[in-house]
Design a binder for this molecule. Structure first.
Ligand code: NAD
Ligand code: TYD
Length: 334
């Protein structure tokens, strides 16, 4: 089988491409990625010379290119997106362009070529903040940021293509991921790398916002199950059912690295900052037999070690990529 993976040079996409090619020797992947600031071919350096992996640098919004690549493929797994909430607050346009319009271009190509599956990788953030309990797949979409609104928009488009044209499409909505190759603008790699450099660790607001962290390979396995056993037209929540406050995470990082808590610096809160995310993953567990394999304690410690052993990777990225944007929102320098 030949699969078009979009966004496979980013954090989750690159982990997924590696996982899938290793697990399925009969599969080939065309990896379409624009290499935005978040895309990095270094994330795929171990796949150099792998004949089943073909990298194409291009935009999912380029209809001619997408149509041409789709012709060679049996299915699409769609990761490509603008993904950082803070960036979406400063400059939402790219989020609408890629996440909404880019998804539409892919849907049209998938429909034209009668693909066997369009697997859309979405996020628990489309449900918005969850004051108590957890959200099931039937709960209403209530996004807070331009990022989550653009993902919700793309989810609705995907669902409409299933209903209107019978496109065999599935949506997954996963909680926050962590692991190797995550761009150091997101909480965990930012905190690890700042702590390693003895720089302040900026905590938004009171640090008591809750996220349900899932190790990236658990997410990859969930996508694998949905791809092979999921039902077209369905939505599957994916989560670890273990919320932690941002302060819990930051203190764990500091403790593991034997760094002082005095590095913590409270800064202005993010506008419309979702207090708590919580999804109910019962459906993927009961129907597809998925279970997370990694505990946050061991996998977060291993992730911290990965960043300790790959300083060149994150130092190259941090040398300028996100500073300007950060200062614009929070008025504080890193
Ligand atoms: P990322 O920002 O690390 O990577 C995104 C990738 O998409 C990059 O390689 C980038 O170059 C590429 N890309 C962006 N715009 C493109 C375009 N127009 N055309 C082609 N490629 C383009 O993102 P990630 O954290 O790996 O997230 C991947 C997907 O998973 C996203 O759809 C995101 O919404 C979803 N998701 C992420 C998380 C998380 O915690 N990171 C959780 C749930 C769902
Ligand atoms: P982030 O990794 O941006 O993911 P998301 O906002 O999509 O969940 O942020 C995770 C949490 O950490 C969120 O509550 C915002 C908070 N945060 C900080 O407190 N400081 C930071 O520097 C960053 C990047 C995030």
């Amino acid at each position: 089988m030949n699969i078009l993976v979009t966004g496979g040079a980013g954090f989750i996409g690159s982990n997924f491409v590696r996982y899938f090619l290793e697990k399925y020797p009969a599969y080939s992947i065309i990896n379409l990625d624009k290499l935005t600031y978040a895309g990095n071919l270094e994330n795929l350096s171990d796949l150099q010379g792998e004949p089943r992996h073909r990298f194409v640098c291009g935009d999912i919004g380029d209809s001619d290119l997408v149509t041409q690549l789709s012709e060679e493929c049996d299915a699409i797994i769609h990761f490509a997106a603008e993904t950082h909430v803070d960036r979406s607050i400063v400059d939402p346009e790219a989020f609408i362009q890629t996440n909404v319009l880019g998804t539409h271009v892919l849907l049209e190509a998938s429909r034209k070529h009668a693909h066997r599956l369009f697997l859309h990788i979405s996020t628990d953030e489309v449900y918005g903040s969850c004051p108590e309990g957890d959200f099931t797949e039937d709960d209403r979409l209530n996004p807070s940021s331009p990022y989550s609104a653009s993902k919700a928009g793309s989810d609705l488009l995907v669902a409409s293509y299933h209903k209107t044209y019978g496109l065999p499409a599935i949506i997954t909505r996963c909680s926050n991921n962590y692991g190797p190759f995550q761009f150091p603008e997101k909480l965990i790699p930012l905190m690890i790398s700042n702590a390693l450099e003895n720089k302040p660790l900026p905590i938004y607001g009171d640090g008591l916002n809750i996220r349900d962290w899932l190790y990236v390979l658990d997410h990859c396995e969930a996508i694998d199950r949905v791809f092979h056993q999921g039902t077209a037209g369905e939505i599957y929540n994916i989560g670890a059912e273990g919320g932690k406050t941002n302060l819990d995470i930051v203190k764990f990082v500091l403790n593991t690295l034997e760094k002082p808590t005095s590095l913590i610096q409270y800064v202005k809160d993010r506008p419309a900052h979702d207090r708590r995310y919580a999804v109910n993953p019962k459906k993927i567990k009961d129907e597809l037999g998925w279970q997370p394999q990694y505990s946050i304690e061991t996998a977060l410690e291993e992730t911290i070690q990965w960043y300790c052993h790959h300083p060149d990777w994150w130092k190259r990225i941090k040398s300028g990529a996100y500073r300007h944007m950060y200062e614009k929102i929070y008025g504080a320098s890193l």
